[in-house]
Design a protein around this ligand. Structure first.
Ligand code: VGL
Length: 231
């Protein structure tokens, strides 16, 4: 009698020892990851006024990340350049770039093949004439709420970042995310760069990694999320 109870008690103890931890970890993972898709807009894609080479090739990959995140009920954020017609960001006003992503024009729309989910939070940046911003942490949502406060409110701890362009807006978004203390997973297979100099993207990735970003792929992320379910 006594002997038969011992293993039983042990089993119960083991279950209590591990189960709460597993549940807690799963819950934390459920609220703490988010997907940020940076600037996948018509003007940055093939035929656009500031086309990033091979930009269109990442769109189907991003759509699969979107599926993965929506399945897990993780939040999806999509940033966009949303410039006024005249802005110091543009060459005509002394800036670096040709006109692109002007508010309410075709070029500023998200690429039509990008399948943003209904609940995606749209973040806009560069909306004022004197703004020359690159980072998603310089955006606000439709109600004027800053990206960082939205992430905090949602309890996000890990930010998965993909989109355009590796050497500009992706880079600055990742650098800021790391500065704010987020864990960053850079989507290696869903980023493309401008490469004004041929090695710009490669160097930007090296810099992000040196500052603490991790890199992931659709395959790795899928496995990571599948692991969550089993836990
Ligand atoms: C970007 C150049 C100019 C970007 C924005 O989204 O990476 N690049 N404006």
């Amino acid at each position: 009698m006594v002997q038969s109870k011992v293993p039983h008690r042990r089993t119960i103890a083991a279950v209590y020892r591990y189960a709460p931890v597993i549940v807690l970890e799963e819950n934390l993972m459920k609220t703490k990851s988010a997907l940020l898709i940076v600037d996948v807009q018509v003007d940055f894609c093939e035929g656009g006024s500031l086309a990033v080479p091979e930009a269109d090739t990442i769109i189907p990959v991003l759509n699969r990340y979107i599926k993965l995140f929506t399945r897990e009920q993780f939040p999806v954020f999509a940033s966009r350049d949303w410039h006024p017609h005249q802005a110091k960001h543009f060459q005509q006003q002394g800036g670096q770039w040709p006109h692109h992503c002007v508010q309410d024009t075709e070029g500023a729309q998200f690429h039509p093949h990008l399948k943003l989910p209904t609940g995606a939070v749209i973040l806009s940046k560069g909306t004022a004439p004197d703004e020359d911003s690159y980072s998603a942490f310089q955006t606000v949502d439709s109600r004027g709420k800053e990206f960082n406060s939205l992430l905090k409110k949602a309890g996000v701890k890990t930010l998965f970042v993909g989109g355009l362009a590796t050497d500009f807006c992706v880079r600055w978004s990742v650098v800021d995310a790391l500065t704010f203390g987020y864990t960053v997973e850079l989507l290696q297979d869903a980023i493309k760069g401008v490469n004004i100099k041929s090695r710009d993207s490669e160097q930007a990735i090296q810099e992000m990694v040196r500052l603490g970003a991790r890199t992931t792929t659709l395959e790795k992320a899928t496995k990571m999320f599948a692991g969550l379910k089993k836990a």
